[in-house]
Design a protein around this ligand. Sequence first.
Ligand SMILES: Nc1nc2c(ncn2[C@@H]2O[C@H](COP(=O)(O)OP(=O)(O)OP(=O)(O)O)[C@@H](O)[C@H]2O)c(=O)[nH]1
Ligand SMILES: [Mg+2]
Length: 276
Amino acid sequence: MSRFGVFVVGPAGSGKSTFCSALISHLKNSKRSCIYVNLDPAAEEFDFEPDVDIKNLISLDDAMEEMQLGPNGAMMACFEFLMENLDWLESELDDVTEDFITIFDCPGQIELYSHVPILPNLCKYLQMNLNYNLCASYLIESTFVVDKAKFFAGTLSAMSAMIMLEIPHLNILSKMDLVKSQVTKRELKRYLDPDPSIISTDIHAETNPKFHALNEAVVKLIEDFSMVSFLQLESQNEDSVQAILSYIDDCLGWSEVQEPQLKDDPDQDYEEGGEE
Ligand SMILES: Nc1nc2c(ncn2[C@@H]2O[C@H](COP(=O)(O)OP(=O)(O)OP(=O)(O)O)[C@@H](O)[C@H]2O)c(=O)[nH]1
Ligand SMILES: [Mg+2]
């Protein structure tokens, strides 16, 4: 039996938990089942109560207190503890079948996958031991598109996550409602499928000439990699959430597993190839 899961990752405050809630509401409205896994040991408030919560294993406060660590060190310690207690996660996910999508709401500390391979190792464990098909949704704030240097930095961090996690990866510009009025559609297109060489001209105009060679090197890196493009997300807009969910379903191969079941079910009104 395959299982399906999406890791919602991205920098602090990029809108991950809000997107998870929007996704859960949308899945429920569409009569689909999901499991909400909170992997943020510091998270306090939820729109939907998590089905699995890392805080039942260890909380950030406990780690800070017991190990005399600051918040970032304690976050790493919590994940190291999780990795040493994966049987806990396995038993929490025991009832998950192929009808569910598991939503992993991750903390905003990108060092968990950019500096140390904790989240990549967790993904490998879920794939190999619990038969999960996984994908990642990497959120960066769309307000970055009005600050080009930040946009480049965001693009690089998205690339770094994509390389480290080694699972199908969707880059998402979150909070689109905040920039809609500030950016024209034409300008936005330059960012959704970024042509770094055009954007770099603008950055050159804004930065000290001594950084131009560095800017060019970064542009070349993004161009050579040529795998970064962005989807748009407005978490309060149902159509926008549905559009992202369709990409997630494709990445996970969810429909391929469900369709044969629909075909086998005589009660389902299934027409192969649509209407003729
Ligand atoms: N305008 C707007 N605000 C949003 C949207 N999504 C999230 N926000 C706001 O952004 C802030 C951060 O959202 P969260 O969902 O908590 O972000 P997060 O990435 O989970 O944050 P951490 O878990 O702390 O890393 C909150 O005040 C949200 O209300 C959106 O689509 N539009
Ligand atoms: Mg959050």
